[in-house]
Each structure stands twice: as C-alpha cells, then as structure tokens.
Design a protein around this ligand. Sequence first.
Ligand code: GLU
Length: 257
Amino acid sequence: MKTVIKIGTSTLAHTGGRLNIRRTEELCKVISDLKNSGNEIIIVTSGAIGMGTGKLGLKERPADMATKQAAAAVGQCELMYVYDKLFSEYNHTVAQILVTASDFNHDDRHRNFSVTLSRLLDLGVIPIINENDTIATEEIGIGDNDTLAAMVATSAGADLLILLSDVEGLYSADPRKDPNAKLIEEIRVIDDSVMKLGGGSGSSLGTGGMRTKLSAAKICTEAGCDMIIADGSDPSVLYTIADGGKAGTRFYGKKTL
Ligand code: GLU
C-alpha cells in the first residue's frame, strides 16, 4: 500500500511554534512501524514557517511575505533535522524534496519529480515534501499543503492520502460553534452541499482549513485515491487506519466506488 501522510503544523508544533516533542516522536515511531510492515510512505509536512517563528523567537506567525519566507527557511532546517534524527532511531532514511506549483505545471520538472520520488521509494527511503516557501509566494504558489499533498498523492499514484490535522474530520456544522455538529464518517460524492461545509482556516500557525481539505479530497478522489481527514493529536490513529478501522472522515476515490 502506498500512503501519503500530510502532517499539519498544529500536529507538529505547540501553539507558539515550538516543536511538540512527545507528539512528533510518537508520530515518527508509528510511521516507522508502518513502513517496517511493508507500506510505502511519503510524508508531506507543514511546519516550516511555524517552527521558524518559534526558533526566531517571534511573538506570532509573521504577516509580511519576506519574514514568512525567512521563517520558513529557518524552520525547514529545524524540521528536517528533527525528522532525520527521529527516523534514524528506527533505522529509516529520509529525503527532503521542496517543490513549487510551477514544478507540477512543467512537464520536464514534474517527470523529474516523479522519477526521483519513485527511485527514493525503491531505495526504501521516506521522502519528506514541503512547498519551497522561499521561492513560492502565496500569489504564485500552491499555498497550502493540503492541496500539495493531494497533488503529490495523485502524481505518485498513491492508494491513500491521510491528512493529519487538529480536527477529527468533517462535521455537519462547525463543532466549535454548534454543539449538535456530527462527525461525517464517509463521503462518496463531493457535491456542492459537501463543499459548503468547508469553513475558514483553523489554527493560528498553519494555513489550511476545512476548505483546502475538501479541495484536496476532490483532487484525490477524481484520480481514484482515497483520502482520510483524521486527528493527528494521537498518532496511533495511523494504526487504526492501517488495520482497516474507522477514523475521522473517509472520502472514497472514484475507483473504489
Ligand atoms: N509550507 C508551509 C510551511 O511549511 C505550510 C503550508 C500549510 O500549512 O499548508 O510552513
């Protein structure tokens, strides 16, 4: 099984942007175990800007583009240092890939990306992908890692994309405002009524919200890949999913219908 796991900033870092050590350690341990059991794993990670914000001691996520990009450049090093260190403890090798939207729109570059990705998987490596925030401004970039993860999943021909977030899944209404909001366990058709359930962005450090997750689900399912939105606060949710259990919201790809 080829699985893309997208790890959001709110899963990796505390609210101030400093690394959530307990969670990240647990996450790398579970992912290593899933890899040991024969799964091919690709990670799409956020957290560069968030971690750079913490490391530079800034009070909050910067608003201006230059500082955001500077924070991403600092945070990306920290992020890869942490992944490299934690996955090494379980004898896994990681590789960093940074991409921009134009890489996906450019045939040669897209082909090079796919060839390298598949070679890395053949070599038993865990590729870790983020947007190249130094190059891509919000106006010209992919902008959010939910969409990036969906593009990676389709381009890699993955079976499943798991978006780990700080929400349990898609709800019938905003659970922060409506006590009667119910978790929707399965979505087979993403129509306008489903798209309307996407609100604004959730946390103060990341950029994605439910809207970007639903757009990602559209991209994935159209290409025949299933997608699950699950709460990353307990990394063992990945075992539940691998064992075929219910977790969060599952969007069925067209080929599984
Ligand atoms: N590339 C951004 C970062 O690493 C994250 C974008 C997102 O959170 O969706 O901080």
